[in-house]
Design a protein. Structure first.
Length: 276
């Protein structure tokens, strides 16, 4: 099932792909180093980055509570099969991705007992799939080595990587809409002016964003805010605000399970609960 964290992760991946279309192992399209993450930055870390010319982009939920907009009947919907175009090879604590990226595919890594799933975006390449997974694993507290389309976690005792296609059947049990804020924290106006159109265009092209459980969220631009604080000489900030409508779902078990647990009910119907 998708929740706020899954939407934030999907938005962060879209921003990272726009700024680093060849993955974080290559230079960004604006020339400056960029950090993209969920949540707000800490003051000390942000000050250090801005003084070094590093742009920060944070993705967070808005201040208003989400709204329940459930309106569809609870019915199982069979998804159209997605061709398996992406693959991954594991060697020790390293995973190397190959093939072609396409919507409806999920890539994921288990480090010890913790799963890190990633919903492949339309803008993804092999390098961005690897770099986005590396960012998720690093946020989980692990040391990660990343190069080209390979991700390594040298300290992992158990390391598993998988790629699967979209789920076979899904039932929507609730629907909600929530605002999300993409905040661009810049050391000078020139970097902000270079980064904003890159991010804005990447978001403007989208009507729907894929989520880690195989569902989609509908995205709509709400507005933007600019803040130049006189108290912070190196802080030039702009916020892009988007509304995302996304479902809470149950998923019927198919061979597309990435990482999850399986349980049988008394009528022998098997359901899968994705870990996301």
């Amino acid at each position: 099932m998708a929740d706020q964290a899954d939407v934030e992760s999907a938005l962060a991946a879209i921003v990272a792909n726009a700024l680093y279309p060849n993955g974080t192992g290559a230079a960004s399209v604006i020339g400056a180093e960029c950090r993209v993450y969920r949540g707000f930055p800490t003051a000390r870390a942000l000050d250090a980055d801005l003084s070094s010319g590093v742009l920060n982009v944070s993705v967070s939920s808005g201040s208003e509570a989400l709204k329940n907009v459930t309106r569809y009947p609870r019915q199982w919907q069979v998804a159209k099969p997605v061709a398996q175009l992406l693959s991954v090879a594991v060697s020790g604590q390293s995973a190397t991705f190959s093939g072609t990226c396409a919507l409806g595919q999920l890539a994921g890594v288990i480090v010890n007992d913790t799963p890190f799933p990633y919903a492949v975006q339309a803008s993804d390449s092999l390098a961005t799939v690897a770099s986005n997974l590396a960012a998720l694993i690093r946020a989980g507290g692990w040391i990660v080595n990343y190069a080209a389309s390979t991700v390594s976690v040298p300290n992992a005792e158990r390391f598993v990587a998988r790629v699967v296609t979209g789920v076979g059947a899904m039932q929507e049990i609730r629907r909600q809409v929530q605002d999300f804020k993409i905040s661009i924290w810049c050391p000078d106006p020139a970097i902000r002016d270079a980064a904003l159109p890159v991010i804005d265009l990447a978001m403007a092209e989208l009507n729907f964003i894929p989520l880690a459980d195989g569902s989609y969220g509908r995205i709509r631009f709400v507005g933007e805010m600019t803040e130049d604080s006189n108290a912070d000489a190196y802080l030039y900030r702009r916020d892009l605000i988007y509304s995302v409508e996304y479902p809470t779902t149950l998923t019927q078990m198919t061979p597309a399970m990435l990482f999850g647990s399986v349980a049988a009910t008394v009528d022998t119907v098997l359901l899968e609960k994705f870990i996301s």
